[in-house]
Design a protein around this ligand. Structure first.
Ligand code: PMP
Length: 361
């Protein structure tokens, strides 16, 4: 063969469709499509970024010891069992890359995060989608889907874009039920929005095949920095570190993340504001006849009567400079995912949805 050919599975990957950030011809656009923190990062993280400029000629730390120590201190976790990546996306990628190969199966749930099937295909593995029930993860269906070729099971908890949550006892039942050769990944990107939730760290402890992943892109407001982390059994973290590039995180990103995780006051402020604005937003949408499940995250899955209505509302919102996310690709053609913005953002969405519904008669 004298032709350049990608590895099997690669051409089955659809190019990632991110949320738009502008609308042609519309001024004063507000972006509520990527679950970003409307309050930005902690001022301490911004200061740390500025300070990091003095050492930009130096390579960054390879072992991320200082950031891992800070994360460990804040969450009461052993830093030796933490790995940091370029967003939690990279940690998820390490897991699939290290543990799944051609012909293996990677399970995710019907409405799970869109990166899981991409990562599976990139490794030549087969993504297997397991149905959910009424926008809730079905543990029995996942367990029934696990077989000899299953290598990884991804659980997004709380869910994106569902915003629902699988109770801890059910997560434990899943962890106990998956075969020993399967790694269960508890993707807790939105954990900080749930009061008193440890993201599943307690379920990782005492088990040999469960890993939790977290991100600095959501409540920490550092999506642009690309930092995430994973917590798991020593043996698994050791494997993942072997494929990690030695300088995967920039010194600027490391400094920003460390300052952000240590600023608990700012995290508390964001959590409380999100909860307050989220219930105001859900109430406003409901008053306009648009319903959602109680949200455990920083976004709402707003359900319309039909795909046509959801798409028409999306276009109407865009014309008013409000960008939200279509989620047909996640199995919700009749819904829009709306990030909880600041007070101004929430007001603009509610007013626009109300005007849309009034126009529609
Ligand atoms: N998991 C879930 C459920 C997400 O929603 C996201 C971001 N959209 C990620 C992981 C990846 O986050 P990041 O790579 O920015 O840490």
């Amino acid at each position: 063969m004298n032709k350049i050919t990608p590895q099997p599975g690669i051409m089955d990957i659809a190019l990632y469709q991110g949320g738009a950030s502008h609308v042609q011809g519309v001024q004063n656009v507000i972006k509520l499509s990527s679950n970003e923190n409307p309050f930005g990062p902690s001022p301490k993280a911004i200061e740390a970024v500025r300070d990091s400029a003095a050492t930009l000629h130096r390579y960054p730390s390879t072992d991320h010891a200082s950031l891992r120590a800070a994360i460990g201190e804040v969450h009461g976790l052993d830093p030796e069992r933490i790995i940091c990546g370029v967003g939690s996306d990279e940690v998820l990628q390490f897991i699939v890359q290290c543990f799944a190969g051609p012909g293996d199966e990677v399970i995710h749930t019907e409405h799970g995060f869109s990166m899981y099937p991409i990562l599976a295909r990139a490794a030549g593995a087969i993504p297997v989608s397991v149905p959910e029930r009424e926008r809730r993860v079905d543990v029995d269906a996942i367990l029934a889907a696990c077989g000899e070729r299953t290598r990884v099971v991804f659980l997004t908890n709380p869910g994106n874009p569902t915003s629902t949550m699988l109770p801890e006892a059910e997560v434990a039942r899943l962890a106990d039920g998956v075969p020993g050769h399967v790694i269960l990944v508890l993707d807790a990107a939105y954990a900080e929005y749930v009061d008193g939730f440890d993201g599943g760290a307690g379920i990782v402890d005492g088990r040999e095949n469960v890993v939790m992943t977290r991100t600095f892109s959501k409540i920490y407001g550092l999506g642009g920095m690309r930092v995430g982390w994973g917590y798991g059994p020593r043996a698994i973290i050791d494997v993942l570190n072997r494929v990690r590039q030695p300088f995967n995180l920039s010194s600027t990103a490391l400094a920003a993340a460390k300052a952000a995780v240590l600023d608990r006051e700012f995290v508390e402020f964001c959590r409380a504001e999100n909860a307050r604005l989220r219930s105001w937003l859900a109430g406003g949408l409901e008053a306009a006849g648009v319903y959602s499940d109680p949200s455990n995250t920083n976004f709402i899955l707003a359900r319309f009567g039909s795909r046509e209505e959801a798409e028409a509302c999306d276009l109407f919102l865009q014309s008013r400079g409000v960008i939200v996310r279509r989620v047909a690709g996640y199995g919700f053609p009749e819904a829009l995912r709306i990030t909880v913005g600041d007070a101004d953002g929430c007001t603009r969405v509610v007013e626009a949805v109300r005007a849309f519904r009034e126009d529609a008669g």
